[in-house]
Design a protein. Sequence first.
Length: 217
Amino acid sequence: MNLMLLTVLALSIASLAGCSKTSDQSETKSGKTENTTASNKGKKLNVVASESKLEWVGKKVTGQHNGTVDIKKGEVFVENGKLTGGSFEFDFTTIKVVDLKDTSSNAKLTGHLKSDDFFSAASHPIGKFEITSATPISDGSGNNYKLTGNLTIKGITKEVTFPAKVNINGDVVTASSDFNIDRTLWDIKFRSGKFFENLGDNLISDDFNIKFNITAK
């Protein structure tokens, strides 16, 4: 009986070991695994700031506001038709509000967003996203990725993961994504229900939407 139990235990351990994957591997259609940790190998292409943009949406109980932040610079790396890494920087001193047409109201909100209540543009003007993992999604398109990376806002760096569509056409790469972050993780707590009570209609959602479109050549 002891020998039988040891044999079953050994087979179970071997089975579990064979099924495990490290966090930087993904399974392909063929059953093989490929390392998806960003390597920055291959050709470096520079982000074209004039052809790239970052959009944002912030929501509150009584409505929402949307706008843009200029992308300052960046780079992506490709090898054998696949994205292998990259990073880009955005400049919070350029934050704009798009939906408010009244000049006075627009200027007031823009100034508030640049203040320490929100993005602290004076002391932390530059934000950054750096890819640490680029995992192709096996859906047959060849264009969809799961990107993981370090997002820095207000000098605070947190890891985020989101889906992205990446098109690689020779020496031109375009990438786009649409995802939410919890703004409070970057010390943006103004009128957050997590930190303030009885806000009523003054409550601002902790979810902050980001959309980006990147072109690199």
